[in-house]
Design a protein around this ligand. Structure first.
Ligand SMILES: [Zn+2]
Length: 303
């Protein structure tokens, strides 16, 4: 009880700075002495630990010369005591800087929903930059792509009309076929909504898409035939001909695909058409032929 009363008194009545520690030592205050002994022991232990830990920490005593004592004493203090504190205090400070700036997730382009409204159908449903026009993804009569006249051989039509990129690729493909000894002709290219409506009304509905559901309205599709010894090779005959085989093998090199392969009507909605080729670009064409069904729908994860 007495010591408890004595301490507040010393605090309440300040004495000269020198007096307090001397009196504390002389007066045999056990608690103070214990602290001092523990403090001294701590310094000695720190020094010894420094001698041991220095080499482990890569502190080269010979390199720091006279500063060794200070360095080695300070080192274990930092390692043994400060490390946990430093780690915990560094985490919040370092984490935001170390976290990479959030990069926006790439927008999925395959397997996306066709969310166009009835009035928005003047533009085709486009997946990964590829226009998909079918019975499930129709366009309106207002859809009118930019077209160019393509200077390639035609049969049964006054001129070949396609979107510019498809026209350029088609000319290259025709030239390559010629180098391989084959003559290609175009039997149908761009067809307007009105033309398709007329065809659908007058032709076999199993073989003709309704207006708004035909790829020919995109200006990216062609119906092809070959000419062999002055004879037109078309329709199902094309599929069994060397030029038909050349087309299936080489069209993807120029960005075209056989759009409606045999036995895939459940996926494409159209029966086998060995004459109908569609421009999708070289990368997509190679992607399509690498799918199991070789269909644009499987490649785009669409139906
Ligand atoms: Zn066609």
């Amino acid at each position: 009880m007495r010591s408890q009363e004595a301490e507040p008194r010393r605090v309440a009545a300040p004495e000269p700075a020198q007096t307090r520690p001397r009196r504390a030592l002389r007066g045999g205050n056990g608690r103070v002495r214990r602290y001092r002994l523990l403090g001294a022991l701590g310094i000695v232990l720190s020094f010894v630990a420094g001698l041991v830990a220095g080499p482990l920490l890569g502190i080269d005593p010979s390199a720091s010369g006279k500063a060794d004592a200070a360095t080695t004493v300070a080192a274990p203090a930092v390692v043994a005591v400060a490390t946990p504190t430093a780690t915990s205090s560094m985490v919040p400070a370092v984490t935001p800087a170390a976290t990479p700036a959030p990069t926006p997730a790439p927008k999925p382009c395959k397997g996306v929903k066709d969310t166009r409204s009835a009035t928005a159908k003047k533009t085709p449903f486009t997946v990964c930059g590829i226009e998909l026009v079918s019975k499930n993804h129709r366009v309106s009569s207002a859809y009118a792509p930019k077209l160019v006249t393509v200077a390639v051989r035609a049969n049964g039509i006054p001129e070949v009309l396609l979107q510019p990129r498809a026209g350029t690729a088609l000319k290259k493909m025709f030239a390559a076929a010629a180098r391989a000894g084959h003559t290609l002709v175009v039997r149908s290219s761009y067809r307007s909504y009105a033309t398709q409506a007329h065809w659908y009304a007058t032709m076999n509905k199993r073989l003709t898409a309704p207006a708004g559901a035909s790829e020919h309205q995109t200006g990216l599709a062609v119906d092809l035939a070959g000419v062999s010894n002055g004879v037109l090779v078309r329709g199902s005959t094309l599929a069994r001909s060397p030029i038909g085989a050349w087309l299936v093998k080489n069209a993807p090199t120029y960005g075209f695909i056989l759009r409606y392969p045999s036995d895939q009507a459940k996926i494409t909605g159209i029966v086998y058409e060995p004459w109908h080729f569609r421009y999708v670009g070289v990368d997509a064409a190679k992607g399509v032929v690498s799918t199991r069904t070789k269909t644009l729908e499987e490649y785009l994860k669409e139906s």
